[in-house]
Design a protein around this ligand. Structure first.
Ligand code: SF4
Length: 389
C-alpha cells in the first residue's frame, strides 16, 4: 500500500474505533521543546513526575530507532455528571477532577492504539511501533501539536477546535512513513482567562507552568502540602482544573459518547469522612480503576482531611482526633492537626494539647503548635462575636 493509502485506512480505522481525532507527524527531534524544557528545569518548574532524560523526551529515535512517523490520537471526555451527589453539613464530599472520571484513560487509549497497531501490521507486516500514553518518554502535547490535533494553549493544554481541551492524548511511534499533517494555528489570541484565574500563579507566563505551584500536581504529592495551598484546593481530592474551566473553548462542552469515561458518581464525588480510615485493599477495590488512584490512598486522604478542615466540619472531629492519635504516617497526623485547628472547639483543642505532649515527629509537632494557636484565635474571635451580640 502507498503511504497515503495507509494513512487514509488508519483514519478510517480510527473512526470505527470511536477515536475522536487522529493526526500524523514526522518523527523528527523536538528541538524547540528541548530548549524550553532546559529553561523549565533551570527555573525549577518541573513536577518531578516527568522523564528526566531530555534527549529521550525530545528525540523519538531514543524510543524507537528508525522511527519515521508519529500517529497522535485524542479522545474527548465528559464534563457533566447526571444526578451528581451534593455536599451537606456533616456529609461533605470531595471531588476527583474530570480527567479521572470513568476508567483510567491510560488503559482506554492504549487499547485503541493497540487496535490501530494491529491494523497497521495487517498492511505493513514488518512495521515496528511503540505506544505511549502520558507516561511515555515523549511529550503527548508536543506530539499532538505537531500532528495538528490542536494548538498549545496559554494554560499548557492542547486545545482542539471541536472538543476544547478536555481530551486525552496518546500516540504511536512507527518506522512506517506516513504523510504528516499540518499544525493548526494558535487561537488563544488576546485571551488571558487561564493566567488570570490560576489561584496560585502557577501559570507564570503564556504556556509556562511552574508545576511546583500547580494544584493539579500538588494534589498528587505525598508529603505535607504547604499551608499557602491548603485553602486554595477547595474540595479537590485529585487534580485541579480552573485553568481549563475558564477557557472559552471549553464553554458548554460535554462529550458523553465514550461509555468508558462515564463517571461513577459516588466514586468521583465521595463522602470525605469514610475516606479517612480506608484500608489499602478497600481503596484499591473502590478507586483502583480510576486514573486518580495512581499515587495510592495517602494523597487522597491528606486532601480529604484538608477539605474537612476547610468545611469546618465539626462532625469530623472524632475521626480527625483518631488520625492525630493513631495514624502511623506523619503527614496524615500533621494534616489532621491542621484541620482540627481550623475547625476549633473544645474537643479539638483538648486532643491537640494531648498530642503535643507525645508527638515524636518534629514537623507534626510544628503543625500541632500552629493548630493550637488557630484554636485559640478562633475561640477569641467567637467570644468577641458573642459579647458584641
Ligand atoms: Fe487560551 Fe484563553 Fe483558553 Fe487560556 S483560557 S488557553 S488564553 S483561550
Amino acid at each position: 500500500m502507498k503511504p497515503a493509502d495507509i494513512k487514509a485506512a488508519l483514519q478510517e480505522a480510527a473512526k470505527e474505533l470511536n477515536i475522536d481525532k487522529i493526526g500524523f507527524a514526522a518523527a523528527d527531534p523536538f528541538d524547540e521543546l528541548k530548549e524550553r524544557l532546559r529553561k523549565h528545569r533551570k527555573a525549577g518548574y518541573e513536577s518531578g513526575f516527568e522523564e528526566p532524560d531530555l534527549e529521550k523526551r525530545t528525540d523519538p529515535q531514543k524510543s524507537l530507532p528508525g522511527a519515521r512517523s508519529i500517529i497522535a490520537i485524542a479522545l474527548a471526555y465528559p464534563t457533566k455528571m447526571d444526578n451528581a451527589p451534593v455536599s451537606k453539613p456533616g456529609a461533605y464530599r470531595g471531588v476527583f477532577c474530570r480527567a479521572s472520571w470513568g476508567e483510567d484513560y491510560h488503559h482506554v487509549l492504549k487499547r485503541k492504539l493497540e487496535a490501530l497497531r494491529r491494523k497497521l501490521v495487517e498492511w505493513v507486516p514488518d512495521a515496528k511501533a511503540e505506544i505511549m500514553v502520558d507516561t511515555g518518554a515523549l511529550s503527548d502535547r508536543a506530539v499532538a501539536e505537531r500532528a495538528g490535533i490542536g494548538w498549545s494553549g496559554k494554560n499548557t493544554s492542547i486545545i482542539t477546535p471541536e472538543f476544547g481541551s478536555r481530551v486525552y492524548l496518546g500516540e504511536m511511534l512507527t518506522d512506517v512513513y506516513l504523510p504528516p499533517d499540518q499544525p493548526i494555528e494558535n487561537a488563544c489570541g488576546e485571551c488571558t482567562a487561564c493566567l488570570d484565574a490560576c489561584p496560585t500563579g502557577a501559570l507564570v507566563g503564556p504556556g509556562q507552568l511552574n508545576s511546583q505551584a500547580c494544584l493539579a500536581y500538588l494534589t498528587q504529592t505525598k508529603g505535607f502540602l504547604a499551608e499557602e495551598y491548603r485553602d486554595k484546593l477547595g474540595n479537590f481530592l485529585y487534580g485541579f482544573e480552573t485553568c481549563q474551566a475558564v477557557c472559552p473553548y471549553n464553554r458548554g462542552k460535554n462529550f458523553t459518547h465514550h461509555p468508558e469515561f462515564q463517571p461513577e458518581a459516588e466514586n468521583v464525588k465521595p463522602l470525605l469522612k469514610p475516606l479517612l480510615h480506608m484500608s489499602n485493599r478497600q481503596f484499591r477495590q473502590r478507586f483502583g480503576s480510576m486514573a486518580g488512584s495512581w499515587r495510592g490512598k495517602k494523597p487522597i486522604q491528606r486532601n480529604a482531611i484538608i477539605a474537612l478542615g476547610r468545611y469546618r466540619d465539626r462532625t469530623a472531629v472524632p475521626d480527625l482526633v483518631r488520625l492525630l492519635e493513631e495514624d502511623p504516617r506523619p503527614v496524615i497526623r500533621g494534616t489532621a492537626a491542621w484541620a482540627l485547628g481550623r475547625i476549633g472547639g473544645g474537643e479539638a483543642a483538648e486532643a491537640l494539647n494531648r498530642a503535643q505532649e507525645v508527638e515524636p515527629d518534629e514537623q507534626v509537632a510544628v503543625e500541632i503548635e500552629h493548630a493550637i494557636e488557630m484554636c485559640r484565635m478562633r475561640e477569641t474571635a467567637d467570644h468577641r462575636t458573642y459579647r458584641e451580640a
